[in-house]
Design a protein. Structure first.
Length: 266
């Protein structure tokens, strides 16, 4: 059938070029017969226009939603926090909560993903402080492992002196078992530990999984001794996972060039 159509097309073309036959009636017949078929098979102009209009409308709605998100009180408070100064952030909303663990939810889902520059092992925070880290990132959504989950241990600096330590939802060796909703803290130095001291993230190489200087919480209980030279204690997290709404994900490429050497004696 296809070969016959090709042969017929070639024959008509040769006759048209030679001028031996007047093909105007054939052209008019073909236009009348094939025109409706072409319109049925091909996209109609009004349908194309409708799809274009729908695409424009959805793009406008997305832009409006992004502006509304950036204009929320939580987003403004987060972006105004000196701790995130200079950090490239993608704003997101919590859209689902995972199964609860012993101390409450351990995972949440946020409405940004790899299309937004989000990757696994990126810091997630809110206006109050550290939320957790990205566990998995899909194209449009990401799963966040919350601070307090058994799999999350954070290197920290404690107090104005910045004493090094580790905070986790599970007890460090020799540290007290944290109550549900709190963190176990173990210092790595023999410096004193005081109640009320602010605990912040130490930071990780390349800022992954944790950026430096983000509030983790406050020391609420101190214990010395118990077979350790360094003090241990309990930290009450700055963030209540049960109230999470707008969060920010720290994004950005790791350093690709060597850091320049500094010269002493200035």
């Amino acid at each position: 059938m296809a070969l016959a159509a090709v042969a017929l097309s070639v024959l008509v073309l040769l006759l048209d070029v030679s001028g031996a036959v007047d093909l105007d009636p054939a052209r008019r017949f073909a236009a009348a017969g094939l025109g409706p078929l072409e319109r049925a098979v091909g996209p109609r102009e009004d349908e194309v226009s409708r799809l274009r209009a729908e695409t424009t409308r959805l793009s406008a709605r997305l832009a409006d939603a992004e502006r509304e998100l950036a204009d929320t009180a939580q987003a403004r408070a987060l972006l105004a926090d000196p701790a995130v100064d200079g950090m490239p952030l993608v704003l997101a909303r919590v859209v689902a909560v995972g199964d609860p663990g012993p101390a409450g939810p351990e995972r949440v889902t946020i409405d940004v993903g790899t299309r937004d520059g989000v990757e696994a092992d990126r810091t997630v925070l809110c206006a109050d402080g550290l939320v957790g880290r990205v566990e998995r990132a899909g194209p449009w959504t990401s799963d966040v492992l919350l601070l307090g989950a058994a799999e999350v241990t954070v290197g920290v600096r404690v107090g104005t002196a910045g004493t090094l330590g580790e905070a986790s939802g599970t007890a460090q060796p020799g540290a007290p078992v944290a109550d549900p909703g709190t963190l176990s803290l173990a210092l790595l130095d023999t410096a004193p530990l005081r109640r009320g001291a602010t605990v912040r993230t130490l930071g990780s190489p390349g800022g992954r999984p944790f950026a430096p200087g983000v509030r983790v919480g406050v020391v609420t209980r101190v214990r010395s001794g118990a077979g350790r030279l360094a003090a241990t204690g309990v930290v009450t997290p700055a963030v209540d996972p049960g109230t999470l709404d707008v969060v920010g994900v720290v994004v950005g490429a790791s350093r690709s060039r060597p850091r320049p050497a500094a010269t002493g004696g200035r």
